[in-house]
Each structure stands twice: as structure tokens, then as C-alpha cells.
Design a protein around this ligand. Structure first.
Ligand code: AMP
Length: 457
């Protein structure tokens, strides 16, 4: 389907084609027609799905270019995201010379000078605190004409505690059309939204997923350490553009330094950078000057970095939803990408949770500097945990082991001995389960190979 198929003006279709956009993405196909009809909605937006344009296009179609008053407001949780949206909006000014956009974030005074503060913009983009300060506290503009409000990355706006400012803002508006974009559709987000959105608000309910072009790999790094494993991995894969995610600022610093010590150039990005360094880092990221970026989850949300081929999680975040944001930095707009997760036996709980929630990992292990298939992966332990997999025989043997030890309870160390006897039985069954799983995995692989062979025939 082309853009002209979703009832856009000829002027918009031509502008989009000059910007290099020819066909609407699925989220755009879904959202743009509704937005043009004035529908208020919450849309779950896959990372890299083209969601920014799914609201910018209708905004530009709907605002009155001859009216110099704010008519639409976009709220984003971070200044980087707000600026990114602002840059996308400004691209349209070539085709709509009367279209004015203003950015309100803690770093935005520059843009006020750029544009001349005297003429009111049709579109205001910013972070919640700043937008509220400018529009409500300073009363910079008349707000009667605001007919659309966009909450971008709404789950993050909520998590960061911005909903109070947003509610205050809505209190000064006249029931605007509200479009909410969020990576997740948590119940508390719905509850909070209902406090101020219009009563005809529509909740969409697709399941969260990262772009389907991303392949997920789980690498057992055993006990060689995350930094070491990363160095081996980078030498092996030599990725075109790789983001390495760490769950804490300290780890970002540690990994960054370990790579430098091994002569691997890399860019450091985390919340501990001051404002200027953060801006410089973002410029360097956009200019593609580094092959490796070591970052905290700050970079995982919404930032549009082109051509990321690989994402490595040296560890996983506490909130596992962030894994999807991380993986979503690659595989954007139909390109393929790989997400690699490091783990070992001590840290397997989180990847297991992802796996059990449907992330289709390929299991690998890092052995002597090489990545090899790991037929065991997480499977056997998943099975061991399941009650049904404890055979009656095993239960019986554990009982016997306990009984035998009980007889000798007068002996010193009898508790330890009992425990030892039980562990021995458990180890025996664990071995058996692993062997079963390997056998099953090999059978599946053989079957798949046979099938591929037959299909080729
Ligand atoms: P977003 O999901 O808004 O972060 O968008 C991700 C990227 O997709 C941005 O680099 C946009 O320039 C690009 N994009 C948006 N819409 C389209 C489209 N219809 N065709 C191709 N690229 C697009």
C-alpha cells in the first residue's frame, strides 16, 4: 500500500516521497486514518515501527498553517526523544513554509533563538515539566486552539512520574484528541490515562514485540567474565555497528574501560554524562564515528540510530521489558539485526524468564574464543523445575536416601550426609534429564535437516 492509499493530501504524499518515504508502515496504516478522523487512541508501538510519523503526518495535515497559535502538543519523556521528534517535524518545513515548531526541553533555548520567539508555533514538542512551565506557568500562548495532544513513550512518562504535569496540562485544554503511544499496555497506564483522556478513547491491544527481523541469541559465557567475553565476541564478529547494553552506570564505565585497555575503540553513553557530553555523544552516534557504543538503558528507549546491526546485553535489566527496547535498536525498518545476550549458570534466571515468555533464543556458548551451538541451552533446567519431570522413581530414591540417613542420625554430621545423599540422587537425574534433552535436540535438528533435504528435492 502507498501513502496515497490512506487518504493523505497530494502535497503530503509528495513531501513524503521527497523525504524518501513511499509506503506506510503497519502502525502508520493503522493509526494515520484514525488520527485524521479525530479518533483518540492508545497504540502499542513496536520500536522502530515508524510511530513518530504516524502522528506527525496527521498533525501536519490537520493544523491550520495560516493560524499562528499552538494547535498540537507532543510530550516525550526525555529531551533526546523530544529533539529527535522535533528534527523529524522540521524536515517538513521545506514543503510547508508556514509550519512552525517549537521545542521545549531543558536544552531548548537555542531553538527559540533559531526560530524567533515572537511568532507562535502550530506544534509544540517537549518534555512534560518544560511544556507545563512554558504553557501553564508562564502562559506563553493562548491554548484555545490546541486540538491534538500526543503522549509518546507513555509507559516511560508514567514510570518517570510525569503524569501529574500532564494531567495539569490537560486541565487547561479543551478535550483535545489524544494519541498515546506506548511500548507496553500495562493496566496502571490505562488507569492513569482514564483520569484525563476523552471518554471515546480507544485502547488497542496488540501484544508487545520487537521487530520480527531481530534474531535473538543467548550465549553461555561460563566463568570467563562479561568484559572478556565481550572482547572475544567483538573480535569474532567484527560487527558493523554494535550497541553494548549494561544495566548499571558502573558497569558501562567498567566495560568501556576494559575495551579501551584492549585497544577497542568505543563510545560511552550513560546518564552519568553531563548535558554537553551527552549531546556530543549523541552527535557522534548519529555521525557513525564509532563501531561500538557501550550504553545504559537510557539509549534503549525510542532513540533512532540507523544501521545498528548488533545489540549485546552483557547483562539483563531488572525490568525485562527493557530487553525488548534494547533488541529494538536493531532490525529497524525491515533490516535484519541480531541481539546477543550473555549469561552463565549464576545469571540464568532472567534469560529463562524471557525464554519462557516467548523470546525465541538460539542457544550458543563461547568456547575457546569461538561461538558454538549449545544443544543444552536453558532447556533441561526448565524441565527439571517442572514437577512432572521428577519421575516417581527419583522421588522414591530420594525417600530411601533420607530414610537411610535417618537411621544413622546419631552419627556426627548426619545432616550433611543426608543432604549429600539427596544431592547425589538429584545429580543423577539431572544428568539423565540433560542427556534426554540433548538427544531430543539432536533428533529435532536431524529431523529439520532431513526435511530441508527433502524440500530441496
Ligand atoms: P520511529 O519508530 O518513529 O522511531 O521511526 C523509525 C525510523 O523509521 C525513522 O528513521 C524514520 O525516518 C523511519 N520511517 C518512518 N516512517 C517510514 C516509512 N513509511 N518508510 C520508511 N522509513 C520510515
Amino acid at each position: 500500500m502507498s501513502f496515497s492509499g490512506i487518504s493523505l493530501s497530494e502535497r503530503m504524499v509528495s513531501a513524503l516521497s521527497k523525504l524518501g518515504y513511499h509506503n506506510p508502515s503497519p502502525v502508520q496504516q493503522n493509526v494515520i486514518p484514525k488520527a485524521l478522523r479525530g479518533v483518540s487512541l492508545l497504540a502499542q508501538s513496536e520500536t522502530g515501527s515508524g510511530k513518530t510519523h504516524s502522528y506527525l503526518i496527521p498533525i501536519i495535515e490537520k493544523v491550520d498553517m495560516n493560524l499562528s497559535r499552538p494547535q498540537a502538543i507532543v510530550i516525550a519523556p526525555t529531551r533526546e526523544l523530544a529533539r529527535q521528534t522535533y528534527e523529524f517535524a522540521r524536515e517538513f518545513q521545506r514543503f510547508y513554509p508556514k509550519f512552525r515548531v517549537r521545542l521545549y526541553t531543558s536544552e531548548a533555548d537555542v531553538t527559540q533563538n533559531e526560530q524567533g520567539a515572537s511568532i507562535a508555533p502550530q506544534l509544540i514538542i517537549g518534555t512534560p515539566g518544560r511544556v507545563k512551565a512554558m504553557l501553564i506557568d508562564k502562559e506563553l500562548f493562548v491554548l484555545n486552539n490546541v486540538k491534538m495532544v500526543i503522549l509518546d513513550e507513555a509507559d516511560m512518562l508514567l514510570d518517570l512520574g510525569y503524569f501529574e504535569d500532564i494531567e495539569t496540562l490537560f486541565g487547561h485544554l479543551n478535550n483535545p484528541q489524544t494519541m498515546v503511544f506506548s511500548a507496553t499496555l500495562k493496566q496502571n497506564l490505562r488507569d492513569e490515562l482514564l483520569k484525563f483522556v476523552r471518554s471515546d478513547f480507544q485502547f488497542e491491544s496488540d501484544k508487545i514485540q520487537t521487530a520480527s527481523t531481530v534474531k535473538h541469541h543467548l550465549i553461555n559465557i561460563k566463568h570467563i567474565g562479561e568484559a572478556n567475553a565481550l572482547i572475544q565476541f567483538l573480535k569474532l564478529k567484527n560487527p558493523y555497528l554494535c550497541i553494548v547494553f549494561c544495566s548499571t552506570k558502573d558497569k558501562v564505565a567498567e566495560i568501556h574501560q576494559a575495551l579501551l585497555d584492549n585497544n577497542i575503540d568505543n563510545l560511552y553513553f550513560s546518564g552519568s554524562l553531563d548535558e554537553r557530553s551527552r549531546k556530543r555523544a549523541l552527535r557522534e552516534i548519529k555521525a557513525n564515528t564509532h563501531q561500538v557504543i557501550v550504553a545504559s538503558d537510557l539509549l534503549a528507549r525510542g532513540m533512532d540510530i540507523e544501521d545498528v546491526t548488533d545489540v549485546v546485553s552483557v547483562d539483563l535489566p531488572n525490568d525485562l521489558e527493557f530487553y525488548h527496547h534494547r533488541a529494538g535498536r536493531t532490525g529497524r525498518f525491515g533490516k535484519s539485526g541480531d541481539s546477543w545476550v550473555f549469561y552463565n549458570n549464576d545469571t540464568e534466571a532472567k534469560p529463562r524468564e524471557l525464554y519462557e515468555n516467548g523470546v525465541k533464543f538460539e542457544f550458543l556458548s563461547l568456547r575457546a574464543g569461538k561461538l558454538v551451538d549449545d544443544p543444552v541451552g536453558l532447556a533441561p533446567k526448565t524441565k527439571l523445575r517442572k514437577k512432572a519431570e521428577f519421575s516417581e522413581q527419583e522421588a522414591k530414591e530420594i525417600k530411601i536416601a533420607k530414610a537411610m540417613s535417618r537411621k544413622k542420625h546419631v552419627e556426627p554430621m548426619h545432616k550433611k550426609k543426608t543432604q549429600f545423599a539427596i544431592e547425589k540422587v538429584k545429580r543423577k537425574y539431572k544428568r539423565k534429564a540433560i542427556q534426554r534433552s540433548i538427544r531430543k535436540e539432536l533428533e529435532t535438528q536431524a529431523k529439520a535437516k532431513r526435511k530441508a533435504y527433502n524440500d530441496e528435492d
